[in-house]
Write a protein that binds this ligand. Structure first.
Ligand code: ADP
Ligand code: MG
Length: 710
């Protein structure tokens, strides 16, 4: 169990070998560890009968106890010193509680001190446990004490007169002060460096050093005396807590300073795991498993110390120079610990040097590491210069590459530009081709409607012309008969009067002159009718085509509707009923009359197709309805049919060029797109209501006047 000393950095006790019963006579403070009788009371519940315990003499000056039991001590003391008051010092402020009892001249004394005892109960303002022994000169008494501690502990006990104790403590304080001074200088110096260099190593060093100092302050009792005297509960955990933090910060410093993650990854990983163990220890300490925490902590300290040592040696071997000073400082510290422990084992004598090797070691470590850190500035500077040089080189290289790439890029851009130009030209020619095709198609659509139109007109005109032509032959025949009668009459003279008149009269009778007159009348009026009808049709055609009018004109659009109907009449035959609901006094509107007629033509043509292709139920007749309505400054033209109607898809695509549901040759799919275009140029709108199987209605809305710029 003693091995744990190796890692117990901060032990301090003074010693002076004596044996047997203790007599205080010299002017020197004596260690009386080997003169005390010890008894371990595991049950810890014996109160009154302690005087009958089986006390065993101690085997060492500074015995080590397991903790978690009650330890009793007994000591026969005779005062042969010049003063009638002695003091007993327990040089370990870190035991939980020590209760001291003795009896002098029938008077009983009892005191208790320790880290669980409020500072106010302590007799002296000193870091260690110091008890007054009111023992007059020449007298003897028996001291009994009971020690409780949750953790393992050493029990260094000294005895002497008050001044000796005060002097020794004063000396220790000065020594500690020097130590603390060195550590604080290192602390602030490197803190300052951290703020100027901003390298994390400095920060970890500063934290590490700070906690080393705090750990020692706690362990030597200065913390409880000066810093947190009001808080026994914090005092209880301070040492283990600070020790863990020392190690955690030390580990972090090690990682950062020697770049362990990169240079010794396996060690890095191993220690990362141990870091967790430290956190667990801290947690256990905080929630009250202090004994266990303490027992885990020290072996872990040992493992970490050796791992760090191995790691730094490995990194040094790999040629990382900062590791040199690190190894040196770590060696110094470990030497200190080893010397300290050898003294504990009795190999080396107890003296002030062996007692303070750990402290000296940690101070030297702090100084060496601080030097290493100072040197690190140079390293950092060199690294920075190196990296700057590299950056400059890289930049130059980049520039070169960029230049090269630029040349390459320019080449490519040229090629691409040429390609683009080519494809642009191609596109342009494709576009003009397309435009051509489009206009050809539009022409085709026009031709198609023109074809229908011509057929319609031919048919229309054929009727009246037939009238005329079929009347001409009988008229000629009638006229020739009349001519014959007239010629016969005109041939009458004096010689043949009777004979000729008789002949003429006979002809008149034969040809039935009255009938002839009637028939000629009928034939002529037939011819006249035919001519008039033809004239009407020609007029309608003229109105419809308005080929002569490409400008905006004020016209009556009902005329346009009517002329379109005239053209379509051949198609409508008599089966289709045409209903007109023209608004009375419908205004003239400004438009391109020829184009608008094309709109009516295209829509009505579709409507006729729609009614022709529907099977009507009884009583229902194919009907087109044309309606005009004026609304304020606009006119609405409703063109309705009760034909096949349209499904949703057709409605959606109706105005798309080339959309058709008709068979090849029957439709071009351009009619409605042309309608849309024309209405657009008129600043108008076209709406559609249609239901499949019921019919369709187009509502064209046009402004009365065209805006100036159109
Ligand atoms: P096309 O008549 O050459 O097919 P349009 O552009 O004139 O081309 O018409 C496109 C389509 O719209 C027609 O194929 C038809 O399906 C539909 N359509 C147009 N008007 C009507 C209507 N009054 N009733 C039913 N369907 C119609
Ligand atoms: Mg059409």
């Amino acid at each position: 169990m003693r091995q744990y000393h190796i890692f117990f950095l901060l032990f301090y006790f003074s010693s002076n070998l004596l044996s047997g019963q203790v007599t205080v006579e010299e002017e020197r403070l004596q260690n009386i560890g080997e003169s005390i009788g010890y008894y371990t009371d595991t049950s810890c519940n014996s109160q009154g009968d302690y005087k009958n315990f089986d006390f065993q003499k101690g085997e060492s000056k500074v015995p080590l106890f397991e903790g978690s039991s009650c330890y009793w001590g007994k000591l026969e003391l005779t005062n042969l010193s010049p003063e009638d008051k002695l003091v007993l010092e327990v040089y370990n402020p870190y035991i939980d509680e020590l209760l001291l009892m003795y009896e002098v001249d029938g008077e009983e004394y009892s005191f208790r001190q320790g880290k669980n005892v409020p500072r106010s109960e302590w007799t002296y303002e000193l870091p260690n446990l110091v008890f007054d022994i009111n023992l007059p000169i020449g007298k003897t008494t028996t001291l009994y004490f009971k020690v409780t501690s949750q953790e393992q502990f050493n029990l260094p006990v000294n005895i002497g007169v008050k001044d000796q104790i005060l002097n020794s403590n004063y000396f220790s304080l000065v020594f500690f002060g020097i130590y603390a001074g060195i550590m604080l200088v290192m602390f602030f110096y490197n803190l300052f460096l951290y703020f100027s260099v901003r390298d994390k190593s400095y920060l970890y060093y500063v934290i590490h050093t700070g906690f080393v100092l705090l750990t020692q302050t706690a362990f030597f009792g200065y913390g409880y005396l000066y810093l947190w005297s009001g808080s026994p509960s914090f005092n209880k955990i301070s040492f283990v807590l600070f020790t863990c933090l020392v190690s955690l910060a030390g580990i972090r410093f090690f990682f950062e300073f020697l770049r362990v993650k990169r240079k010794a990854p396996s060690i890095y990983k191993a220690i990362r795991i141990i870091e967790v163990v430290y956190l667990v220890v801290i947690l256990m300490e905080l929630i009250g498993f202090r004994d266990l925490a303490y027992k885990i902590l020290f072996p872990v300290q040992g493992i970490v110390a050796l791992t760090i040592y191995a790691g730094s040696l490995k990194i040094l071997k790999n040629g990382f120079t900062p590791a040199r000073i690190f190894v040196l400082s770590w060696t110094v510290l470990l030497m200190g610990i080893i010397i300290f422990s050898l003294k504990d084992f009795g190999v080396l004598p107890y003296n002030y040097f062996t007692l303070h090797t750990i402290q000296v070691g940690s101070a030297l470590e702090a100084i060496l590491l601080s030097l290493a850190l100072a040197n690190r500035i140079n390293t950092l500077k060199k690294e920075k210069e190196e990296s700057q040089r590299k950056t400059v080189n890289a930049l130059k290289e980049n520039e070169r590459i960029v230049k090269e790439q630029n040349v390459e890029l320019e080449k490519r851009v040229k090629i691409r530009t040429m390609e683009l130009q080519e494809s642009n030209e191609e596109l342009e020619s494709t576009l003009s081709n397309l435009k051509e095709t489009q206009s050809q198609l539009v022409d085709a659509e026009k031709m198609a409607s023109l074809g229908q139109l011509t057929a319609g007109i031919a048919h229309e005109i054929n009727n009246p012309i037939n009238f005329v032509t079929s009347n001409v032959a009988p008229l000629r025949r009638d006229l020739s008969e009349i001519y014959e009668i007239v010629e016969t009459y005109s041939a009458v003279n004096v010689e043949n009067a009777n004979e000729t008149l008789e002949k003429a009269h006979a002809l008149t009778v034969e040809y039935d002159f009255d009938f002839l007159k009637e028939e000629i009348d009928t034939l002529v009026s037939g011819i006249s009718d035919g001519a008039i009808r033809t004239q009407e049709i020609v007029q309608g055609l003229k109105t419809f085509s308005r080929l002569d009018e490409d400008d905006v004109k004020l016209i009556d659009i009902t005329e346009g509707l009517d002329s379109t109907l005239v053209i379509l009449r051949s198609k409508t035959k008599d089966q289709v009923i045409i209903e007109k609901e023209y608004n009375e006094g419908f205004p003239m509107i400004e438009c391109f009359p020829g184009k608008l007629n094309q709109v009516f033509m295209n829509i009505l043509n579709n409507a006729l197709y729609a009614v022709e292709n529907k099977n009507y139920a009884d009583g229902e007749k194919p009907t087109l309805t044309l309606k005009t309505v004026r609304v304020n400054n606009e006119v609405n033209i409703h063109l309705m049919d009760n034909g096949i109607g349209m499904d949703e898809n057709t409605k959606k695509k109706l105005f798309e060029p080339f959309f058709t549901t008709k068979d090849v040759g029957e439709g071009t799919g351009l009619g409605m797109s042309i309608v849309f275009k024309i209405i657009e140029t008129h600043q108008g709108k076209i709406q559609l209501n249609s239901e499949l199987g019921k019919g369709s209605e187009f509502i064209i809305t046009l402004p009365l006047r065209q805006p100036k710029d159109s």
